[in-house]
Design a protein around this ligand. Structure first.
Ligand SMILES: [Zn+2]
Length: 303
């Protein structure tokens, strides 16, 4: 696992061995901290033949091999990647939990991004959460606890995953070839190291680097099309760019390069840009970006 997750994993392993492991585990934390990977590991541990005694998969038993082939009949996976998790999916989950395990061991349900569950779906899940059946486990991930119904939260064991010691994630990133010496912005994401790894795997590191440079020199931007084509390479990049912009303006405010009114006006323009992107379907992205960039340039020219 990742060094910043080891301690939490050990705590869950201990609770398992003392028969105190909760049947419904809600793993929450920032995007890019490793929740999905952690839940995948936990489901492997729970399905492995060794789970009769310990929570640590062997990688060799029939269950482990079935999992590796992504073909385990006692694992159900619900992902909130596309829009929402609806009531039909939760009813299928309830059925799955009810029927006996094909491999004779535990049955595991993984629900990614539980905050994407509709209200009726969450209601349908309550009974299963409330009345735990033997050898049934529900593992959930969540990016934002405030979006989860209190009735769901109260029926789960909440496990927070976070990078508490940034040196750990920085060292891990160095092992992936990403250093803050080379990329000045890398420390911005030291609590979300898997984001950087994903960008590296997608060949996007130089694009993120370019966005950082643009954000710190926004008054020089003239070519909106090039900037938009960089941003359109991945859905995560708009949020990254606006985060860099806000950081840049904070620094400029701190050294007196801009005044507070300018800072306030800039952040308002950035917020409007972000909210337009979320709300307006089929938005003209180039126009919206040029409104942002030229709007910011206007504010920065005022004294
Ligand atoms: Zn195994």
């Amino acid at each position: 696992m990742y060094p910043w997750i080891d301690l939490v994993r050990k705590q869950l392993q201990d609770s398992f061995e003392r028969n105190r492991f909760h049947h419904a585990q809600l793993i929450h934390g920032l995007i890019g901290v490793g929740k999905s990977e952690f839940v995948r590991k936990l489901s492997e541990d729970l399905l492995c033949i060794r789970s009769a005694e310990v929570l640590s998969s062997c990688g060799q038993c029939k269950s482990c091999l079935l999992l590796r082939a992504q073909n385990h009949p006692d694992l159900l996976y619900l992902a909130g990647d596309t829009g929402s998790i609806g009531v039909d999916e939760v009813r299928a989950l309830n059925d799955f939990v009810f029927h006996s395990a094909q491999q004779g061991g535990n049955k595991v349900v993984v629900i990614e991004q539980i905050e994407k569950m509709t209200e009726s779906a969450a209601n349908a899940l309550l009974k299963t959460l409330e009345e735990p059946a033997s050898k049934r486990y529900i593992l959930m991930t969540c990016n934002d606890l405030s979006k989860v119904k209190a009735t769901v939260l109260s029926r789960c064991n909440q496990v927070r995953v976070a990078v508490k010691n940034k040196t750990e994630s920085q060292q891990w990133l160095v092992s992936k070839g990403i250093t803050s010496q080379e990329y000045l912005w890398a420390d911005t994401f030291s609590e979300q190291p898997l984001l950087l790894e994903a960008w590296a795997n997608q060949g996007l590191i130089s694009d993120v680097d370019e966005l950082w440079k643009v954000a710190h020199d926004i008054t020089s931007v003239v070519d909106i099309n090039t900037l938009e084509s960089t941003l359109s390479k991945d859905v995560s990049l708009h949020a990254v760019f606006t985060r860099f912009l806000i950081e840049a303006f904070k620094q400029q405010l701190a050294v007196g390069q801009i005044n507070f009114v300018q800072f306030h006006n800039c952040t308002q323009k950035i917020e409007k840009y972000m909210s337009d992107h979320h709300k307006i379907l089929g938005i003209n992205k180039t126009l919206s970006l040029s409104n942002l960039v030229f709007g910011l340039q206007c504010v920065l020219k005022q004294d």
